[in-house]
Each structure stands twice: as C-alpha cells, then as structure tokens.
Design a protein around this ligand. Structure first.
Ligand code: ACO
Length: 277
C-alpha cells in the first residue's frame, strides 16, 4: 500500500530543553526530499529560528535513513514533466532551505542515523556540525543513475574532502560508512547508532552554554573566511566582531570580568556563566 503523506507531515519536530529535534519524516521513502518536504522544511526552519526556547537545532531522519537524497519521482520526473518553471521552482525550494541552514541563527547539528545520498549532502553541509552512526552509509550515487552530483553536491565534496577522495567518491558511486566519513572529514565524529543521540545531546548542551551572539558570529565567520584572502578575512573579522559587540557588548564584558576580576572560570577550559550577564 502506498502511503500518501500530507505535506505538513513530511517533517517532524519537537522542542525539548532548548534543543529543536527536527526530522525528515518520510521513512517509508527513506526520507528522500520531495518538493512537499522541501517546502515544509522551510516552514519549520522559519518557525524555529528565533524562538527563545530554541538554543540548538538538530536535523535527523525518521526510520532507517537520514535522507536518500532527492526524490527521483516527485522532484525529478514529475517536476520535469511540468516544464522548466516547475523545475526552477523545485530547485529554489530545496536549495533555499539548505542555504537557510548554512546561515541559520542558531547552531545546527546533523545527526546522521542512516542512508545519506546525493542531494542530502546539501543539508549535511548546511549544518554546522555533523555526527554520524558508524552504521550510516554515505554516497554520491548520482553517477549510478546517470547524472553529475548537482545541487551543490560536487562543491560540497571538494569543500569537505581531499581532492582525491572527492573525485573517487563522485566518480565511483561507492558508499562509505560513518567511520570512513569521519576519517574523510565529511562528519565530525562517528559512533554506534545506539550512542548517537546521547553524544549529539551532549554537544548541543555545550553549545547552549556559550554566548549565542558570539556563536552566530563565529559560525558565519568560519564559513565566510573560507573564500577570502587572508587580508580580506582579517578585515571582515574585525568588522564582524564590532557588529557582534553592538548586539551584545554586555556578554563580552561579563566574560572578561568573570575571568579577570572574579577568577570564576578560565576561558581556556570552559564558558563564562551567561546567567550573570
Ligand atoms: N527517490 C524516490 N524514491 C525513493 C528514493 C529516492 N531517492 N529512495 C527511496 N525511495 C523509495 C523507493 O522507491 C521505495 O518506494 P516504494 O515503497 O513505493 O517502492 C521506498 O522508498 C523504500 O525504498 P527501498 O529501496 O525499498 O529501501 P531499502 O531500504 O531497500 O534501500 C536505499 C534504501 C539504498 C536508500 C534505496 O532506497 C536507494 O538506493 N535509494 C536511492 C538513493 C539515491 O541514489 N538517491 C539519489 C541521490 S542523487 C540526488 O539526490 C540528486
């Protein structure tokens, strides 16, 4: 029996103790990304971005997959049948939420529980950090069905992998497991599936102790400077810090005060107590 899932049910989410747990929710289709899912994900990201009760957003997948990439039927075949306008719209909707993730206000973590193919590299790279199950499988499978890794996937491969590994990964259409993905730099860490959520929760809790303005400035800075000359980066970072100060001068002053005057903590070993700011 074919499950017809309503658009609003293609993404599941809940907020618990500061963490927004968002999941691609088409497990019966291995969470492949249909136009409906792409639209719904943008709505969910909109809903959560500036909520005071959200400190970190975690992107996971329901069932055995994180995401089996683009929906070959709904995103490609059916959309192409409706002409160029429909194709461009579908591209805007998918690239749109991946871009949104790259510059999201809150820190984001990809929690890759299972299959991760092709187009799924978009949200994988969109998330600031990524943790995978050792059992997860990653692949640029585009070549296996006759296209190039588009939607940014080729770019992401060379951003995250060495040239040789990127080329091998893109040309061979072979999968790598979570452990190899960590070794290659596609994710931060791999650990047994049973321990994945606990580790992600731990990381999210550490992030939530940090100054949120500084975190946003930091994640943007790390992405921006990748494409700058050294001098441009130096200048950008001065301006970015000054801009951050105008939003949150007190936090930074408090961070200095608790270290220098109160000797309450050591920045080299942990974060200052935000609740005192
Ligand atoms: N597009 C459309 N439907 C998909 C996709 C997809 N990317 N992935 C899975 N499905 C559907 C299957 O057609 C099947 O539908 P049905 O129940 O109506 O027959 C259902 O999801 C379950 O899939 P199975 O293949 O039966 O699941 P299984 O667990 O055996 O295999 C696997 C999982 C390996 C992920 C397999 O589904 C697969 O190879 N999917 C395609 C992966 C891929 O190459 N994606 C495209 C990447 S390139 C890009 O994104 C541009």
């Amino acid at each position: 029996m074919t499950t017809v899932r309503a658009e609003q049910d293609t993404v599941a989410w809940t907020v618990e103790e500061g963490i927004a747990w968002v999941s691609l929710n088409r497990p019966e289709k291995r969470n492949c990304m249909s136009p409906a899912l792409n639209r719904q994900m943008m709505r969910v990201l909109d809903e959560l971005e500036f909520r005071d009760d959200v400190g970190v957003l975690v992107l996971g997948g329901e069932g055995s997959a994180w995401s089996a990439g683009m929906d070959l039927k709904e995103y490609f075949r059916e959309t192409e049948a409706r002409g160029l306008g429909a194709v461009r719209q579908a591209q805007r909707e998918s690239y749109g939420w991946w871009r949104r993730l790259r510059w999201y206000q809150k820190p984001t973590i990809a929690m890759v529980n299972g299959w991760c193919f092709g187009g799924a590299y978009g949200p994988l790279f969109g998330c600031d950090l990524a943790f995978a199950a050792e059992e997860a499988q990653f692949g640029l499978s585009e070549i296996n069905w006759g296209i190039l890794p588009g939607g940014g996937a080729s770019k992401i491969a060379v951003e995250l992998l060495s040239f040789r590994n990127a080329m091998y990964h893109a040309m061979m259409g072979e999968n790598i497991d979570g452990r190899k993905a960590a070794e290659w730099g596609l994710v931060n860490e791999a650990l047994p599936l049973a321990e994945l959520k606990k580790r992600v929760t731990e990381v999210a809790c550490v992030l939530m102790e940090k100054n949120p303005i500084a975190l946003k400035a930091t994640k943007d800075a790390v992405r921006r400077v990748r494409e700058m000359t050294f001098d441009n980066a130096e200048d950008y970072l001065v301006r970015a810090q000054e801009a951050a100060n105008s939003f949150d001068n007190d936090g930074r002053k408090e961070g200095i005060r608790q270290f220098i005057d109160e000797k309450r903590y050591k920045p080299g070993l942990g974060a200052y107590d935000k609740s005192k700011a």
